[in-house]
Design a protein around this ligand. Structure first.
Ligand SMILES: [Zn+2]
Length: 403
């Protein structure tokens, strides 16, 4: 059966009878065909059984339904109900059956599906390059870093409202704790790992596996210059050693930026940072973050120094940790690893830890292998900080895929 012939002779007119709802789905469905996703999934899920609905078609239609906002399998109706436009579309039960078959195929089926998706991505990105000359750059505050592919690793807690497979009590309630990876340049998911609700946030083996899966998901030409970011306190010896090894490959560049735990040695270092060494942080527009002080004057645009509070600052702790009187306190970590701290004023009324209450700031730390020899805006601590926080935008991108 021809799975992609439906769009032949498709015409858009405004004088037809009846209403085609979710008409944008036709463009999306056409895209899944043009990138080779449908045909690739078709081969990946081919069966010797005689099936009315090609499993590749059903799976790529499921992807279209999800992109259209489907949250549960029964929402697949947005596709099933479009028979007039799409030709014969699988029913909701067939969509269920297809997913059951893939699940029953285990790791091998998953591997074949992943490889079909990655091949389609190669085709899609080649199209982006042909049309626009390059992949979109990475936005770092008001700057754009070109020629680098950014992978963002995220451990996210999701809530389950019913008893689902692998759902378990977690620190937010009950649900799953998937580990996901996204490409910041395009805002697309690269790889994901469904995990139990009780899975840890900083599990080294999972993070290493996810970093590798995300890199493998990239078209080969886009794997040579990478930026990998991971928030939380994700830095473990295993993950940093793995990223360091990938960064050391001849002909490759990999700059990582990984969240770091605030321990006693870091607190001691922070207390030693001279006030002048705290540099003001910038927001997504590249402007300093300031807010009105309590008791500021009535003119909201005023230029009085005392009326504004600088909200966030950045400083590097590497020297204090590596060359203090106690010797190298980062021995055992790669020599190229640097530690940065950001401090910000918590929202009024926020609960402060004892350490935060000392000076009223909340601290977050991360490590990076950004070369100390680097010059220019990228080396400026304010931008080192902004580069670590690209994830906030990726999360926005998940909520607003339309942009
Ligand atoms: Zn004022």
């Amino acid at each position: 059966m021809n799975t992609t012939g439906w769009s032949r002779g498709l015409e858009v007119t405004a004088d037809g009878e009846g209403i085609v709802s979710h008409a944008g789905l036709a463009l999306l469905r056409h895209l899944t065909d043009k990138t080779g996703l449908t045909a690739g999934l078709s081969r990946a899920l081919a069966s010797a059984r005689l099936l009315i609905h090609d499993r590749g078609r059903v799976t790529s239609d499921l992807a279209c339904a999800i992109a259209d906002g489907a949250e549960v399998i029964s929402d697949f109706r947005v596709m099933s109900d479009q028979g007039e436009l799409f030709g014969p579309v699988a029913s909701v039960p067939t969509a269920w059956r297809t997913l059951d078959e893939i699940a029953a195929g285990g790791e091998r089926a998953l591997g074949r599906v992943t490889s079909a998706v990655n091949t389609a991505r190669r085709q899609a990105w080649a199209g982006i390059e042909a049309r626009h000359g390059a992949l979109p750059g990475i936005r770092i505050a008001d700057r754009t870093l070109q020629g680098v592919t950014c992978i963002r690793l995220d451990a996210t807690v999701t809530q389950a409202h019913s008893d689902k497979e692998l759902a378990e009590p977690d620190f937010k309630g009950f649900g799953h704790h998937p580990l996901l990876s996204y490409c910041d340049n395009t805002g697309e998911p690269l790889a994901g790992m469904l995990r139990k609700g009780s899975a840890g946030s900083n599990t080294t083996a999972d993070h290493v596996k996810m970093a590798d899966a995300a890199i493998a998901a990239l078209p080969p030409a886009f794997r040579r210059r990478l930026m990998v970011t991971c928030d939380g306190a994700g830095a473990s010896h295993g993950l940093i050693a793995h990223l360091d090894k990938l960064a050391a490959r001849r002909g490759y560049q990999l700059i990582y930026s990984v969240g770091w735990e605030l321990g006693e040695r870091e607190k001691r270092a922070i207390r030693q940072v001279p006030e002048a060494a705290w540099q003001i942080a910038i927001d997504t527009r590249g402007e300093v973050r300031e807010r009105r002080a309590d008791g500021a004057c009535g003119d909201l645009q005023c230029g009085h120094r005392k009326c504004w509070i600088e909200e966030a600052h950045v400083s590097e702790l590497t020297g204090l940790l590596r060359q203090g009187p106690e010797g190298d306190r980062l021995a055992g970590w790669p020599a190229s690893m640097r530690v940065f701290a950001r401090r910000e004023r918590p929202h009024p009324g926020a609960q402060l830890t004892l350490f935060e209450a000392e000076d009223g700031y909340r601290y977050s730390l991360w490590v990076t292998n950004l070369p100390v020899t680097l010059r220019g805006w990228r080396a400026n601590p304010a931008y080192v900080d902004a580069a670590h926080r690209v994830h906030a935008r990726v999360e926005d991108g998940i909520l607003l895929p339309a942009s």
